[in-house]
Design a protein around this ligand. Structure first.
Ligand SMILES: [Zn+2]
Length: 150
């Protein structure tokens, strides 16, 4: 006889609040958005690449680039996206919403943010968008409220 027949499984779900240090580079990125309404990246002059979100080390040549800050335009292009259709407590907005990869003008890497102002079924890659900064700061990436069509 299989003893597993005597046991049963209960599915549950845990919410796990946590904090982590954004690091020197991540902190400076967020503080520039909060205080200057500017999106900054880090540039590898050797590879001629600009990273947004910034990274302290070039992923191609492994150079230390942590002091090579550059200001970027707040406009960019959607290089990929998904439509989030389910609710989670940590989502910044109500579903359905568009989560997109946005490559800013002058940047070589895309970063993830929300696009609003486009019906979810009309969203497409290649869309030109611009950052809309939040009226009230939370000192998070949500100090960019969202991107909208440029
Ligand atoms: Zn490099």
């Amino acid at each position: 006889m299989d003893s597993n027949n005597d046991s049963f499984v209960v599915d549950g779900k845990l919410a796990l609040p946590y904090q982590y240090f954004a690091g020197r580079t991540g902190s400076r990125f967020i503080i520039a958005i909060r205080d200057e309404k500017k999106i900054k990246g880090l540039e590898c002059k050797k590879c001629n690449k600009v990273y947004v979100p910034p990274r302290a080390t070039c992923e191609h040549c492994f150079c230390d680039i942590k002091d090579n800050w550059v200001d970027l335009d707040s406009t960019g292009t959607v290089t990929g996206f998904t439509v989030v259709r389910y609710e989670e407590p940590h989502h910044p907005v109500k579903a359905p919403f568009i989560q997109a990869l946005v490559k800013l003008e002058g940047a070589d890497t895309p970063f993830v943010h929300i696009v609003q102002g486009v019906p979810v079924d009309e969203m497409k890659t290649g869309l030109k968008v611009k950052a809309v900064f939040a009226e009230e700061t939370t000192t998070t990436i949500m100090d960019i409220s969202h991107f909208e069509p440029a």
